[in-house]
Design a protein around this ligand. Structure first.
Ligand SMILES: [Zn+2]
Length: 156
């Protein structure tokens, strides 16, 4: 059952609601986000294909710096997706608080000049968007069966 906060966020931003899998997704400040929830947390997922190595460093530093202030449970950067899990107590964050975090996060993505239209699989510009394993992202349909070019793998 989708929480009131996620339903409201979806409605306010004209997002899609996937009630079957308890997730919502759509555009926020031009970036693509999927939000889902579980016991004691909410998760924000966004594609970061095409991210530069400097961008990775910047976003990791931002996540570290905000782990306490934003009460993050944990986060990960893998397979071209950033996953930020927010710890939730008995009193969940409000829709406004969730939107504020999305604003901060999209500001960082903008600051590191993350390409908006990078296919989540190959990283090249894609005109279409879709769902990759249920996550909203830009992608080429023809890339679905190909190997992911992983921009989140640590560069050396
Ligand atoms: Zn592609």
């Amino acid at each position: 059952m989708l929480s009131t906060q996620l339903s409201q966020l979806a409605i306010q931003n004209d997002w899609q609601i996937n009630a079957k899998d308890d997730l919502v997704y759509g555009d926020f400040n031009k970036f693509r986000f999927t939000l889902m929830e579980g016991i004691g947390f909410k998760a924000i997922l966004t594609p970061v294909a095409g991210i530069s190595s400097e961008g990775l460093v910047t976003i990791k530093a931002w996540l570290r710096a905000n782990q306490k202030p934003l009460n993050l449970k944990n986060y990960s950067l893998a397979d071209n997706f950033l996953v930020v899990r927010l710890r939730e107590s008995w009193k969940p964050r409000s829709t406004e608080q969730l939107a504020a975090i999305l604003t901060q996060l999209s500001d960082v993505l903008k600051q590191i000049e993350l390409p908006l239209e990078a296919c989540a699989i190959c990283g090249q510009p894609a005109e279409k968007q879709g769902l990759l394993h249920g996550l909203y992202c830009a992608m080429h349909l023809e890339c679905q069966d190909t190997k992911t070019v992983d921009f989140t793998a640590t560069h050396t």
